[in-house]
Design a protein around this ligand. Sequence first.
Ligand code: PLP
Length: 459
Amino acid sequence: GKPESLPMRDINFLTENNAKPIWHPMAHPAEMRATPPKIIMKGEGVSVTDAEGRTVLDAVGGLWNVNLGYSCDPIKQAMAAQLDALPYYSGFRGTSTGPSIELAYELTEWFAPEGMVRAFFTSGGSDSVETALRLARQYWKIRGQGDRTKFLALKKGYHGTHFGGASVNGNANFRRNYEPLLPGVFHTPAPWTYRNPFDETDPAKLAKLCARAIEEEIAFQGADTIAAFIMEPVLGAGGVIVPHESFMPMVRAICHRHDILLIADEVVTGFGRTGAWAGSRLSGVKPDFMTIAKAITSGYFPLGATLIGAKVADVFEADKTSFGAIGHGYTYSGHPVGCAAGLAALAETKRLALNENAAARGVELGKALEALKAKHQLVGDVRYQGLMAALELVSDRAAKKPADKKTMAAVADAAYGAGVMLRVSGNTVILSPPLVISATDVAKIAEGLDVGLAAAAAA
Ligand code: PLP
């Protein structure tokens, strides 16, 4: 029979069962039971409403993905129409669907840096990273250089949670419990001015030192054993680490010199978040693979893609060996409803020139964050690029001692009380609001942070 009450249980049921039958990603189950999470019931514009009826401005933008806010009718209508016409069909050999062809065309035609010529669809960011890593290895097998299997990545980088992605991840918290990970993965220092092994605070000098460390690692491993280098143009989950503009071009040049493929992980930085359509475009870099997800549908449907550069595509498409067929893919690769959502999201993103709004609002947000740093001792460092930003909180500025969990919770709780949803990750507050926010919204986010920081300091 019809599960009549399933989507209609009342608030009491939800509260009663909150964090009981469900385990949450990136959280300790016992902690979630002890401190149940907020239940989000509704979204409108750039705000969400919880089960207790409190409406807050979503400075997290879902999870760096709801770029168009919660009321984007063109996406909702496109999805509904596609559900009506064809809710699903497979993209495996033999069949394809209209929206997937059209979205691949749009992505390669104008969104990505020039030279990204093919799209392979996935169900999300981790899938996109996995796809890039696997296709990178396959590329070398086709070219008869099967020894090129290793991957290089940056410490503090985040590349999702599949075994491949977790292996290239540069944060111990996401690795340790799942070891042993993929062998043959090596990490070099991130160009993070606030904390780095070189004690270098000048961004341009630090970028050079980090580039040199990559060269040294390549020499040590042997270039002919390395398949690819993966990096985020701006490191997101690692705490919004913004490399100097010279860094990615230097990485590109190093990869060229040693014939190593470059994977730009743009799961967060794609679709205007940094102020450019793609993070690689900030510094004019053309990667060999680009991984995207999140804002591709503004979060309205789980979808991702791996974009493939001409150099790689040519080798696959001209292949006459037994290595060229792609033995990789997902049931939902090219999902027609997801791709319809993606087409509408892309059209809206372009129509509203969200890259420009991210750049303009980002400047305002950056100014506000600098003012908060000047006012609150708790703020050790602020980092931002477009509409991705972080405040790193410390209990002692001179020693750069990370603020504790209680302090971080106090900031987020007080800000929530003041009407602003923040996200805490370790000792950083991460901001990634919808790209459609206004100057007034930016001011409100800054006010919420101000209230949060004052409350935490007083506690
Ligand atoms: N790559 C980057 C740069 C990310 O920030 C993320 C998620 O935050 C991922 C990959 C993984 O994406 P997903 O969570 O959709 O699997």
